[in-house]
Design a protein around this ligand. Sequence first.
Ligand code: MG
Length: 162
Amino acid sequence: MKPLILVDVDGPLNPWAAHPKPPNYRLFEIKVGWRRKLRIWLDPDHGDQLRQLAEEFGAELAWVTTWMHRANVEIGPRLGLPELKVIEFHAEQGWKYPAVARYAYGRPLVWFDDDFGLHRDRNREFVHKRQPLTTALIHVDPATGITGQHLGEARKAFSGNS
Ligand SMILES: [Mg+2]
């Protein structure tokens, strides 16, 4: 069964809390609605890094983000990522956990997100129910975005016991 690599946008790819932004990041202004523009920072190398990680473990990359399908339009192409599966979720129904549990089912997973601190009970329940499958919830500080250290954690999780 193909392992899964789940990627959130704000925090892991767009380090919104970093001041100043780390080197490598480029500013993009994305239209959201008639007049509003959203400023986001992306590191174009993240695309290659994620693809490489997926290739190494024969894994599938998927989005789990409030950007939902716009991630494939606004984020993926700017990082050189192909269109990815979008895991749709309802924030009020246990945040991302129920949707991820359904989609991942019996597959090992690593997941990059900056919000595992929310919904702690759900978090524990999610991990517990998936035992003994690999479930690596990799917290990414929104002040750094995904770094080599996070990618290393993902590799370790997949090679450990999947
Ligand atoms: Mg986030």
